[in-house]
Design a protein around this ligand. Structure first.
Ligand code: GTQ
Ligand code: FE2
Length: 326
């Protein structure tokens, strides 16, 4: 090292002209097939007890996000698989990270969120917004598996992650979910909240609403899960959708500088993500990293995909850039 570089190092500076700071920070599209995950989940059951583990979770992990204590699947999103067996429970805790659950299999689990009991049947989506107490209790008879999505990488970046173990205390009194369950109505006293005070989004309701949507020009139908007090996303950092595809038709290509993770709920198909082609079937999970042109094509009937997106983070910061192919 010459004296200039030694002096810079001692001073804690570097020369901008000697670094390529324009090199894009790209994530590769990734996918996790259910065929591989299913036996791994079964194996995980024997690897720990719920007395020992805070949560029995397999983290879908992109190595580029696995820095220090952080983890994630894509962009600002962590997506994990959680398994609970009959008679087991996952103890109460709360954390600043926002989270949601989407149930893949097994009936009989209840997630208690800030005192509200949310039944978890296949297809149901349950919110556990930041700083709400939550625990999972399995009173059914079969293995239950669900997807957890959290804003872990983003909150890590903000150094905002706080975790508190239970028992629960200072539990807030929230309106019952039923007060929001008829579309078009909410309690008159409700004020706009930064996250949805409705914590359970039943699968039957989602399917019915989805079926009533007039298809877009490409035959697809897209339903948004919303906060009924604002009409906006369910939580400030996580936005989610249910997408139904017409068989054998490419959806209109788009690209956006936000990230999504898709969970296949029903059907089979293929998604183009930039230069990559990802084929998918029931319960596979795949990522759509920002900046890629994206188009889906279902190869079976009734293909339905659950989408988890960090778009709101980018949009709120007025940094969103999106394009639709013409
Ligand atoms: O169920 O509370 O996948 O706290 C990661 C962190 C699940 C949970 C995860 C969590 C949970
Ligand atoms: Fe949690």
């Amino acid at each position: 090292m010459d004296t200039f570089h030694e002096a810079m190092e001692t001073a804690g500076v570097f020369a901008l002209w000697e670094r390529d700071t324009h090199e894009p920070d790209v994530e590769k599209p990734r996918s996790w097939s259910w065929q591989v995950m299913d036996p791994l989940i079964t194996a995980a059951i024997g690897q720990t007890s719920m007395a020992a583990a805070e949560r029995r979770v397999l983290v879908l992990s992109d190595p580029s996000i696995r820095q220090g204590a952080s983890y994630g699947a894509c962009g600002n999103l962590a997506v994990n698989l959680q398994v609970l067996m009959p008679g087991e429970r996952a103890r109460p805790h709360r954390h600043t990270m926002h989270a949601l659950r989407f149930v893949l299999e097994g009936r009989g689990v209840t997630t208690i969120v800030e005192g509200k009991r949310c039944v978890m049947n296949p297809g149901d989506m349950i919110l556990t917004p930041g700083w709400t107490w939550h625990e999972h209790v399995h009173e059914g008879t079969e293995r239950s598996v669900w997807i957890d999505a959290l804003d872990v990488p983003f909150q890590r970046y903000l150094k905002n992650g706080v975790f508190e173990p239970g028992p629960a205390h200072d539990v807030a009194t929230l309106p019952a979910d039923a007060a929001f369950s008829a579309a078009g109505f909410s309690p008159a006293a409700t004020i706009a909240m930064p996250y949805s005070p409705m914590f359970r989004y039943p699968w039957e309701d989602a399917v019915q609403a989805l079926a009533s949507i007039t298809p877009a020009a490409d035959g697809s139908r897209r339903l948004r899960y919303i906060n009924p007090t604002t009409g906006g996303p369910v939580m400030s950092t996580i936005d989610c959708y249910l997408l139904a595809l017409a068989t054998g038709r490419d959806t209109t290509a788009y690209r956006v500088n936000s990230n999504s993770v898709y969970v296949v709920i029903e059907g089979e198909g293929v998604t183009r993500i930039g230069e990559t082609r990802t084929t998918w079937r029931k319960h596979d999970v795949f990522t759509l990293p920002q900046g890629n042109w994206i188009s889906h094509c279902a190869t079976s009937r009734d293909a339905k995909l659950f989408e988890i997106s960090d778009r709101e983070i980018v949009r709120k910061l007025e940094l969103l850039r999106e394009e639709i192919a013409t």
